[in-house]
Design a binder for this molecule. Structure first.
Ligand code: PLP
Length: 496
C-alpha cells in the first residue's frame, strides 16, 4: 500500500513575509506618466518587499502542498481533468505572442487571426454547429451567453413572453443559475427510473412559455440521453431552443455531434475536453457555437473571413453585444488549438473511446466493493463518468461520502466529485479520463477498497481523516439545497 506524506511548510501568506513597501521607483512613475494621464498614474502600491529568491521559494513551497493532474489520477467527475500536453507550453513560449497588442489593427495580426478562425472551423466540425464565438471565459460563461442568445432570439421574433427554461434535475447548478441570471424562470423536470430525462414530464412541462431547454449529453450520471432526438422535437414544437452544455463532450467527441442531435446552441469547455489547464491552473474558455439561424446573435467583435482577409465584425444584426474583452482567453484557446491539431481526428476518437473504457473498467471494479451501490439502471452502459452512492456505507457505519473523500487524501489520491448530481444520495462521481492507466485505476480501487474495509472495521480512522496532508480537515459550511430551481413542472400545469 502506498505511503504518502504531503510537504508541510509553515509558510506565511506573502503579505506577512516582508514589510509593505508602498513606494514606487521615481523612474517608473516618470516613464508611465508619458503614456498615462496623471490622475491614473499610481504613486504608491502596497506590495511586500521580498527578495526574488524568497518569492520563488514561497511559491515553490505552496506548489508542494498542492495537488495537480501531473502528480496522479484526478478523477473529478464532470470536470475532465486530463493530461495537459507539455509540448504546447514549449511552443507557446517560442511564439512572439506577447509582443502583440489586443488593440492592434486586424490587418497587422492576420496570422494570429487565421489560427483563431481555423480553430473555430474545427469546433464547427466537431460539434455540428455553423458559427462560433471564442470569447466566453468558461462553461458557465458560455451558458450565460447562450441564454442571452435565447432571450434575444425570442424578443426579435416577437415572443418576449417566453420566459421559462427547462432543466433536468440532474443538471449542473450552473445551468439554472445562468438561466436565472438571464432573467428566466427555471422549470425543473425529473429523471425517469433509468436516470434519463423523463419524456412524459417534459411533455407536461412544455408550453407556449418555454423559451428553451438546457441539457448535457451524456448527462451527469454518465448516461447517454438516447431520446435526445425526441427531446429536440418536443422543445422545437413549441418554438423553444435546445442548449448543449458541453461539459461532457469528452465522452462523444469524434463519434457524435450535438448539432446532429438537434441542439441549436452549444458550449465547449476547452479546459476540459481539449486538454488545457483549469481549476487553479489557469483561466478557462467556453466557446459558444450556434446553428446558422442564430449566427447574427453572437457576441461582437465576431471574427470572420471576407475577401481573403480576416476581419473583426461589429455589425451582426441581432448581436447580444460584448461578453469579454478582445478575443477571449487567448492562452487557453491557443493551447486547445495545438492539442487539437496534434491529436487529429482519428486519435480524438480513440481518446474519447478510451475515456469511456476506463470509466467502465473502474465502475465494474467499484461496484464490487461492499457498501457501494450504482443508482439508476445498472444495465445501461455508463459513458466517460459514473456515479455511485455510499448511502449503504453511511447507514451501516456512519461513515459518509465526505469522510471517504477526505481519507483518499491521506493516500495522496484526489477524491472524485462528491454530492453531485443532487439526485443521488451520498454521491461520488468518478471520471478517470483517457489519461489514466490501468495500473493507476487498479491502485485507486485497491486503496478505495481498503478505506471502505477500515470504515466497517473502525469508522473513526476514516472519520478523522485526513492526517497526512499539510492542512487537516477544515470546518465545512453545510447548507440545504437552495430553492432556486422552483417552480417545478407540476406548478406549470396551473399556469394559464
Ligand atoms: C455538467 C457541467 N456543466 C457546466 C459546468 C460549468 O463549466 P465551467 O466550470 O467551465 O464554468 C460544469 C463544471 O464542472 C459541469 O460539470
Amino acid at each position: 500500500m502506498r505511503r504518502y506524506r504531503q510537504a508541510k511548510w509553515d509558510e506565511p501568506i506573502i503579505f506577512d513575509l516582508g514589510h509593505l513597501d508602498e513606494t514606487i521607483d521615481e523612474k517608473i512613475i516618470e516613464i508611465t506618466s508619458k503614456y498615462v494621464p496623471n490622475k491614473y498614474v499610481r504613486k504608491k502600491l502596497a506590495i511586500p518587499d521580498i527578495p526574488k529568491t524568497r518569492t520563488i521559494r514561497h511559491f515553490m513551497r505552496l506548489t508542494q502542498m498542492n495537488y495537480a493532474v501531473d502528480l496522479g489520477l484526478y478523477p473529478l467527475g464532470s470536470c475532465t481533468m486530463k493530461y495537459n500536453p507539455k509540448f504546447v507550453e514549449y511552443i507557446l513560449a517560442q511564439l512572439p505572442l506577447s509582443n502583440l497588442h489586443p488593440l492592434q489593427p486586424s490587418e497587422t495580426i492576420q496570422g494570429f487571426l487565421s489560427i483563431l478562425y481555423e480553430f473555430k472551423k474545427y469546433l464547427c466540425d466537431l460539434t455540428g454547429m455553423d458559427a462560433f464565438t471564442l470569447q466566453p471565459a468558461a462553461g458557465a460563461h458560455g451558458e450565460y451567453v447562450g441564454v442571452l442568445i435565447i432571450k434575444k432570439y425570442h424578443e426579435v421574433n416577437g415572443n418576449s413572453f417566453k420566459d421559462e427554461i427547462i432543466v433536468p434535475d440532474s443538471a449542473h447548478g450552473t445551468n439554472p443559475a445562468s438561466a436565472k441570471m438571464g432573467g428566466f424562470k427555471i422549470v425543473e423536470i425529473p429523471s425517469d427510473k433509468h436516470g434519463l430525462v423523463d419524456i412524459e414530464a417534459l411533455k407536461s412541462a412544455i408550453s407556449k412559455y418555454t423559451a428553451g431547454m438546457m441539457l448535457t449529453n451524456p448527462n451527469t450520471l454518465g448516461l447517454f440521453e438516447k431520446n435526445v432526438l425526441e427531446i429536440s422535437r418536443i422543445i422545437h414544437e413549441v418554438d423553444g431552443l435546445l442548449y448543449y452544455d458541453g461539459a461532457n463532450l469528452n465522452a462523444i467527441i469524434g463519434w457524435a455531434r450535438p448539432g446532429d442531435m438537434g441542439f441549436d446552441i452549444v458550449h465547449v469547455n476547452l479546459h476540459k475536453t481539449l486538454g488545457t489547464p483549469h481549476g487553479g491552473g489557469g483561466p478557462g474558455s467556453g466557446p459558444v457555437g450556434v446553428k446558422n439561424f442564430l449566427k447574427e446573435y453572437l457576441p461582437i467583435p465576431y471574427l470572420d473571413h471576407k475577401g481573403g482577409e480576416y476581419i473583426l465584425r461589429e455589425d451582426l444584426k441581432y448581436t447580444i453585444g460584448k461578453v469579454h474583452g478582445y478575443y477571449g482567453n487567448i492562452g487557453v484557446i491557443l493551447r486547445a488549438y495545438m492539442y487539437l491539431i496534434s491529436v487529429g481526428g482519428d486519435r480524438l476518437k480513440k481518446i474519447s473511446a478510451k475515456a469511456v473504457v476506463n470509466s467502465n473498467y473502474m465502475l465494474k471494479k467499484m461496484v464490487k466493493i461492499k457498501g457501494v451501490e450504482l443508482p439508476y439502471d445498472p444495465n445501461m452502459p455508463r459513458m466517460h463518468e459514473f456515479v455511485v452512492s455510499l448511502k449503504k456505507l453511511k447507514n451501516d457505519t456512519g461513515v459518509t461520502t465526505r469522510d471517504v473523500a477526505k481519507k483518499l487524501l491521506d493516500y495522496g489520491l484526489h477524491p472524485p466529485t462528491i454530492y453531485f448530481p443532487l439526485i443521488v444520495e451520498e454521491a461520488m462521481m468518478f471520471e478517470p479520463t483517457e489519461s489514466a492507466s490501468k495500473e493507476e485505476i487498479d491502485e485507486y480501487i485497491t486503496i478505495f477498497n481498503k478505506i471502505i474495509e477500515d470504515a466497517y472495521r473502525n469508522p473513526s480512522t476514516v472519520k478523522n481523516s485526513p492526517n497526512n496532508t499539510s492542512v487537516k480537515r477544515i470546518d465545512e459550511a453545510y447548507g440545504s439545497r437552495p430553492k432556486t430551481m422552483a417552480p417545478t413542472y407540476r406548478w406549470l400545469k396551473k399556469r394559464a
